[in-house]
Design a protein around this ligand. Structure first.
Ligand SMILES: [Zn+2]
Length: 342
């Protein structure tokens, strides 16, 4: 990942390049931004600039170090990311390095739910456990392989539990002169305040091109939403149960993404009825569907929204997705059919 492959965020590029040039590199930095902002590609590109042997400012892209960073095999670049398994033999990210490397090289804009799908048990929430901090102690006690320094990139640091966070805090409080921490998160507010206060923060803004690339997942959600709305309206039990089966198999993160999407669609229907000129950013296909569907969302909208929100909370609390999606579908169906009967 080269800096010039990441559009916008000019200020950040300048910041990275000048840090290297001035040789004043903060030992712990927080690279944060809303969901879908390129926090990880930026941390990766930054590591490349810092580790490049040739250039004083940008990364040359051709030296041994740049090539190793590109292939994610640089001995002084360590990665920490959430995993799913509680299995004692596979409880740190190092065990998943091959999968992570393959996934990230294929798609530097890898999303959290895509990562969980790759490492299997898709219905679980990822975490960065305390064993990770113990492993990190070993890694950072090693001398840098090349004569410079070591870098540790944390992806989604908000997935640390309290004890992991406290261990990280210790690293930050007692800085090892040759280790640089690049901590990334989409949920800065979920980090311990004591950690936040020790990091130099860099805010990453949305990137237009990236947003367009990501909208493919919206296409999938639109298809699921269409099927769902139609089968609930017809109260077709067979179709509803097929749909529940399909969505349950998608994994928890995708289910959350679908439910959020459904809320956006319902709210867009309400806005359309109120003749609001503002519909949530919608593609042509979405707008077409919203127009046809909005007459079925009427006085019942408050109820529908509260049912979806409740299902969302239950999914977060690891509820059984088949049961709660079936229940949600029947409630949704009842509300849609009120209009039909009256
Ligand atoms: Zn280089």
């Amino acid at each position: 990942m080269e800096l010039n492959q990441i559009q916008s965020n000019e200020k950040i590029k300048t910041l990275f390049l000048s840090a290297k040039k001035s040789k004043r590199i903060p030992h712990a930095q927080l690279i944060f931004g809303e969901e879908d902002t390129p926090i990880l590609p930026l941390a990766w590109a930054y590591a490349k600039i810092l580790l490049c042997k040739n250039n004083d400012d940008d990364a040359c892209g051709t030296c041994a170090s740049c090539l190793q960073v590109k292939k994610m095999i640089h001995p002084d670049l360590h990665w920490v990311f959430p995993i799913l398994s509680n299995n004692k033999n596979k409880n740190i990210s190092s065990f998943y390095m091959k999968e992570f490397r393959d996934a990230l090289i294929k798609n530097p804009f890898l999303k959290e739910n895509e990562w969980y799908n790759i490492i299997g048990s898709e219905n679980k929430q990822g975490f960065i456990g305390v064993s990770e901090a113990l492993d990190l102690t070993k890694k950072i006690s090693l001398k840098p392989y090349y004569n410079g320094f070591k870098i540790v990139i944390f992806w989604l640091a908000d997935k640390m539990n309290e004890s992991t966070s406290n261990k990280l805090l210790k690293f930050l409080e007692e800085p090892n002169r040759d280790t640089i921490f690049l901590i990334t998160t989409h949920k800065k507010e979920n980090l311990l305040p004591t950690i936040n206060s020790r990091l130099q923060s860099i805010k990453v803004e949305h990137n237009k091109k990236l947003k367009e690339a990501i909208s493919t997942t919206n296409d999938e959600n639109l298809n699921y939403f269409k099927i769902w709305a139609r089968s609930c309206y017809k109260l077709d039990f067979l179709e509803i149960s097929d749909w529940v089966e399909k969505i349950s198999g998608l994994g928890r993160e995708n289910q959350k993404s679908f439910l959020k999407y459904s809320l956006k669609m319902i709210r867009s229907c309400i806005l359309l009825q109120q003749n609001s000129s503002h519909i949530y950013t919608a593609s042509n296909e979405e707008q077409e569907f919203i127009k046809k569907f909005s007459p079925f969302i009427n006085n019942n909208s408050v109820k529908i929204i509260s049912y979806i929100e409740a299902a969302f909370s239950d999914i977060i609390r690891n509820g059984n997705s088949k049961i709660l999606l079936t229940d949600l579908s029947l409630k949704f169906s009842k509300q849609l059919r009120i209009k039909k009967i009256s």
